[in-house]
Ligand binder design. Structure first.
Ligand SMILES: [Zn+2]
Length: 629
């Protein structure tokens, strides 16, 4: 058995070993201490992770392992990739340990890590569906068996556990599987890729953790091979798994959204280690495709239920949005890697996209108790919408395909790692949230304290304490919607530069203050987004608002609302007050008629999209039609 020494000591997801444009900080070095994100991390630890652990039992995922070593008589349950649910929950626990130092999951970890090790066969292979249901299919139908996808999640869990706790028992299991993959599919071996990208980013992380070059080489080979028709396309078509065109030529996001975005994370990881400008150029084009033409205003991705896929440019229907939670998680991971890589869009755009995703699509995917989840995240729920598989009217406690809930758990536990980064002479504050940040060694041994109730309140105070090296700077992102805001410090007031950051001296004892404008604003979509033409979204700071039927006075209905031309006013707490009428129109489906006219004038409450569906079930919409009175 391979015994592994930790190579990369940084306790963070995506910890490049080559020097990136921006360096991540360790998860324990960025403590979220108050406000929305910190409360979410607490809920994740206290409710979501234990709920996921319970569901691993209830859904049969753990029995799928036990039955292979004579510890359960149950039949195999769940999809071919069900093992990945366990690995993602282990990863969530690992980052939670890194964040909070909890020991609450130690016993569970001992049990499940030992179980996975017992199930692993002599060759290093572990995949309970193949081993227990269809052994003859081992590596025989890679377009759908998800064997390498599952291995990827095993590797990510093992790397996270090694970085957060130093324990390498799961890493030894992961390496044995990875070694098998290298032997079979590495340079000189069989040319193959997995139907569901994921192994690529995981292998790069395994290389970072172990310094074993073969893992990076295999990841690079798989990135090079995709797009050469190695996967039998069948009825899904080769776009489905991004096998239609080589990665360096595929400049438009297409096919299954989660697959595209995990693939992009892997390609960016390979660039981060190999310094491959052709890969970064392709990823720059992909990033623009995804975020300039295929992203929902909530930070969600994937317009089509069929194939869980990206649509055409500007094809962004609200009611039929698929917008899988995992796609937002995948984009967070990829976009963070683009920031580290110094991609062309620049750190401010990357950080802004991540902020949009976290506060809206991702936050709406989990309920107020932390135990119910959306898989699809539409921007409009019509009153007669029927529940569909993976797209229920209300959040569910789990899914037959349970990819999303554990994905939320793992990304929320690692959220601190996405708040800030470092360059040689600066600490970059990308997300404004109440936090205590230990400076990385190269900048000193001090602490940056951020105090704020953002995004509920726009006031931000930053205080630097302890030792800081000479000449260091603090660069704070000023959101685009608050560009006039000034960072006021001992040497006066400073505005953001063209890059969206205001950079000031990082000196011990310095205090800075910032007042962001949180005035509600009305946002329209690009004229090619036909589905919401004539509509606006109400936004306040990074938060997208929606209107729910439960808040409407009778006889108003969500689907008849028209936003009247009056200023949006604060409501109670984080709510807003809108003035709305109803559309007055003939009931004919098609008719020759004048432009819609609004009747009535009602005060209507709008709530953050992230909180919808937490009260009575009913209709909801984000985009509101406007009409002249
Ligand atoms: Zn999912």
């Amino acid at each position: 058995m391979t015994t592994t020494e930790a190579h990369v000591r940084l306790t963070a997801p995506a910890a490049p070993s080559a020097v990136p444009a921006h360096r991540p900080l360790a998860v324990p070095a960025v403590r979220l201490t108050g406000g929305f994100l910190a409360a979410w991390q607490e809920r994740n630890a206290e409710a979501t992770i234990p709920h996921c652990i319970a569901q691993l039992e209830a859904s049969g995922v753990l029995d799928n392992f036990r039955r292979l070593v004579g510890e359960s008589r149950a039949e195999h349950r769940g999809p071919v990739f069900a093992d990945s649910d366990l690995y993602k929950v282990i990863e969530a626990v690992a980052w939670e340990i890194a964040r909070s130092g909890t020991r609450a999951f130690d016993g569970w970890l001992d049990e499940v890590v030992a179980l996975v090790a017992r199930v692993q066969d002599e060759s290093g292979y572990v995949h309970t569906w193949i081993q227990g249901v269809e052994p003859a299919k081992r590596f025989a139908e890679l377009e759908w068996t998800h064997e390498m996808y599952v291995a990827g999640h095993l590797i990510q869990a093992a790397v996270a556990l090694a970085r957060s706790t130093g324990r390498v028992d799961l890493l030894d299991v992961a390496r044995r599987f990875a070694d098998l993959l290298v032997d079979r599919f590495g340079p000189g071996g069989v040319d193959a890729v997995c139907g569901h990208p994921e192994i690529e980013t995981a292998l790069v992380e395994l290389y970072r953790q172990t310094a074993e070059r073969a893992y990076l080489d295999l990841a690079a080979k798989m990135i090079d091979l995709r797009g050469h028709g190695l996967l039998p396309a069948g009825s899904l078509g080769d776009h489905y798994f991004q096998d239609h065109r080589p990665v360096r030529d595929a400049t438009s996001a297409t096919g299954h959204a989660v697959r595209q975005l995990y693939l992009n994370a892997g390609a960016t990881d390979v660039h981060l280690e190999n310094g491959d400008p052709s890969l970064l150029a392709a990823m720059d084009a992909q990033w623009d495709s995804v975020h300039d033409r295929k992203m929902y205003v909530t930070g969600a991705f994937g317009s089509r239920h069929r194939d869980e896929a990206f649509g055409d440019d500007y094809e962004l229907p609200s009611d039929r949005a698929y917008a899988e939670t995992c796609a937002t998680v995948a984009d967070l991971q990829w976009t963070w890697r683009m920031l580290l890589a110094g991609g062309a869009a620049g750190p401010a755009r990357y950080a802004e996209a991540m902020e949009r995703e976290v506060y809206n699509a991702l936050a709406a995917a989990v309920d107020a108790t932390g135990t119910r989840f959306f898989y699809a995240n539409p921007l409009q729920l019509r009153p007669d919408r029927r529940t569909e598989e993976n797209a229920p009217r209300e959040r569910a406690i789990w899914y037959g395909c349970a990819c999303c809930p554990p994905n939320i758990a793992r990304v929320i536990a690692q959220l601190g790692g996405y708040v800030t980064s470092a360059t040689d002479s600066a600490l970059w504050l990308h997300q404004l949230t109440d936090a205590e940040i230990d400076l990385p060694e190269e900048l000193g041994s001090g602490t940056v304290r951020v105090r704020t109730a953002y995004p509920e309140d726009g006031r931000v105070e930053i205080e630097v304490t302890g030792a800081v090296v000479g000449g260091a700077h603090l660069c704070v992102r000023i959101p685009r919607w608050s560009q006039g805001s000034e960072l006021v410090g001992p040497d006066g007031a400073h505005r953001a530069g063209d890059d969206g950051y205001v950079c000031v001296p990082l000196v011990a004892g310095a205090r800075y203050g910032l007042e962001l404008s949180l005035a509600p604003r009305l946002t329209t979509a690009h004229h090619r987004v036909d589905s919401v033409r004539g509509c606006v979204v109400v936004e306040r700071g990074p938060v997208v608002y929606c209107v729910e039927q439960v808040d409407l006075p009778a006889p108003l209905e969500v689907d008849d609302l028209v936003l009247l031309p009056f200023p949006v006013a604060p409501g109670g707490g984080d709510t807003l007050r809108l003035r709305c009428g109803s559309v007055a129109s003939s009931p004919d489906l098609y008719a020759t008629r004048a432009a819609a006219r609004a009747v009535g004038d009602h005060e209507v409450t709008a709530i953050p999209f992230s909180r919808w569906g937490n009260r009575a079930p009913g209709a909801m919409r984000v985009w509101l039609p406007t009409a002249a009175r």
